[in-house]
Design a protein around this ligand. Structure first.
Ligand code: SF4
Ligand code: SF4
Length: 193
């Protein structure tokens, strides 16, 4: 079954490659599931078997449409569905494109870096003075280290070095703000030039 899925995924990607101009960076810029190898290495190792997506309880792991050149590589769109850090995907990956991670808070904090949060302060309710909101702080599994509340309005201050990139804060941020976006390691590297 796995071989058949991989073959179908490869055929879809190959067909798309003949039809569409290349528009996806070779290393990809999406937020990858936890345990992912560094950008470039991950895309080399991942065979697009879909096992990670199958075991993901909240169905946070997605694959681009069959007409995308990046069709065989999983990503997480936290605004739609964030990762709940169960680590099940890391245990079923047959190629270790997702390296195994123990489902323990300390192990996750030390080894998982799916991305880092970018906060638009002019959109954030407390930072912009438009209202009180602490949702990102309340949902963060590492509240107090990855994000703290500061100032008289108790506005969120993120600490990327302690953030695992689960995206629960991005998912929870109210629609009227939509102030948080998780940037992948590839995006961070590109921004640094
Ligand atoms: S750790 Fe669990 S919730 Fe997060 S992406 Fe992997 S399977 Fe899904
Ligand atoms: S700051 Fe956001 S992305 Fe980072 S660990 Fe907390 S909820 Fe997850």
């Amino acid at each position: 079954m796995t071989d058949r899925r991989a073959l179908l995924a490869a055929l879809a990607a190959a067909a798309a490659a003949t039809l569409l101009p290349r528009r996806v960076h070779a290393s990809g810029t999406g937020v990858r599931p936890p345990g992912a190898l560094p950008p470039g290495q991950f895309e080399e190792a991942c065979i697009g078997c879909f096992r990670c997506a199958e075991v993901c309880p909240p169905k946070a792991i997605r694959f681009p449409s069959a007409l995308s050149l990046d069709a065989v590589h999983p990503f997480i769109a936290a605004r739609q569905t964030a990762c709940v850090l169960c680590m099940k995907c890391t245990l079923v990956c047959p190629t270790d494109a997702l390296a195994p991670v123990a489902a323990q808070p300390a192990a996750i904090a030390s080894s998982v870096r799916m991305g880092v949060p970018l906060l638009k302060r002019d959109a954030c309710l407390p930072w912009s003075g438009r209202g009180l909101c602490r949702l990102c702080y309340y949902v963060c599994p590492y509240a107090g280290t990855a994000v703290e509340l500061v100032g008289p309005r108790l506005a969120p201050l993120f600490h990327p070095e302690a953030c695992v990139g689960c995206g629960l804060c991005e998912e929870a941020c109210p629609d009227e703000a939509n102030a948080i976006r998780i940037r992948s390691p590839a995006e961070v590297a590109e921004a640094r030039g």
